[in-house]
Design a protein around this ligand. Structure first.
Ligand code: G4P
Length: 280
């Protein structure tokens, strides 16, 4: 499976990022706690090289923390610094600032050895669509956003915002697209709104969501949809349609409405505490 979407845009963003990466001192790579594998950009290292980086896992309030912890430990075992955050409540956001200071000590030392003054660190937020990049910018910057003026050597079109005396943030995040070669990844992304549902058939996406509930979150399947299992999928969809009023004239179940309802439930967090990527 290879769904090619926005390829032109993607290539342009990648090129821009590669061209400007030398202006950046630290990368905040954002992934979604419900899809810690599917939302991670595969070829990001090729772009950001070995810059200091923090892996920020958003939407921790929506995930199945027991399952997501396995992914946190996995990434930590690979040498990543992982900070799980709930951006709606601003939980753990300060830790990003604290960790940045620690990570950048070698950078300061290097400058000092060269006889250069200490300067602000320049950070870039990178991630796929809808992971929470803009929300993170707002959280980091707060109300007292101050635009940093253009500096020599820095592309004019880039805007910098000061987070505090130590850190400046590029005001527009780097948006990269995930690779959709694996069907499971594409379905996970569609289930959590990282890719538009139009890209995949809504029946497949909604049945994917129901299957995850059936396989791992039986109590959610039962409390939300009144189902014990989905072994007979048609019957299950009929049941949801009748229970939730997705009917056409004459009381016939409108399957498209059922599919959209399930997708909306997953996106809006009505189905709680679920992690789609399973750690094998
Ligand atoms: P992006 O820039 O990476 O594209 O993502 P953005 O910040 O726009 O966030 C996408 C959606 O995810 C937003 O919801 C945002 O509120 C939500 N979100 C971001 N971080 C978290 C988090 O840690 N927890 C939860 N529960 N939600 C989070 P939206 O409904 O699309 O937009 P809005 O109506 O809230 O603005």
């Amino acid at each position: 499976m290879d769904i090619n979407w926005y390829p032109g845009h993607m290539a342009k963003t990648k090129r821009l990022m590669k061209e400007n990466i030398n202006l950046i001192d630290i990368i905040y790579e954002v992934i979604d706690a419900r899809i810690p594998f599917s939302s991670k950009i595969r070829d990001i290292d090729e772009i950001i090289k070995n810059k200091p980086r923090i892996l920020i896992m958003t939407k921790i309030d929506m995930c199945d923390i027991k399952e997501t912890k396995k992914w946190i430990e996995f990434y930590e075992s690979k040498g990543y610094i992982v900070i799980p955050v709930d951006l709606l409540n601003g939980k753990n956001v300060n830790e990003i600032i604290e960790k940045t200071k620690t990570l950048m000590i070698p950078f300061d030392n290097k400058r000092q050895d060269k006889g250069l003054n200490k300067r602000s660190y320049r950070a870039l937020i990178v991630g796929i669509p809808n992971v929470g990049k803009s929300t993170l910018i707002n959280r980091l910057v707060g109300k007292k956003a101050v635009k940093v003026g253009n500096k020599p050597g820095i592309t004019k079109s880039l805007g910098w915002i000061r987070i505090n005396k130590d850190i400046e943030l590029l005001d527009s995040p780097g948006i990269l697209w995930p690779k959709l070669e694996e069907k499971e990844v594409a379905l996970n992304l569609a289930s959590t709104s990282a890719i538009k549902e139009e890209i995949l058939p809504i029946d497949e996406v909604s049945i994917h969501i129901l299957t995850k509930l059936n396989d791992h979150y039986k109590s959610e399947l039962s409390s939300r949809y009144g189902l014990e299992d989905i072994s007979d999928i048609e019957e299950a969809l009929d049941h949801i349609g009748r229970k939730r009023g997705c009917l056409m004239q004459g009381g016939v179940v409108d399957y498209d409405k059922v599919f959209m309802l399930i997708i909306r439930d997953a996106k809006e967090g009505n189905i709680k505490n679920i992690t789609f990527d399973r750690f094998k």
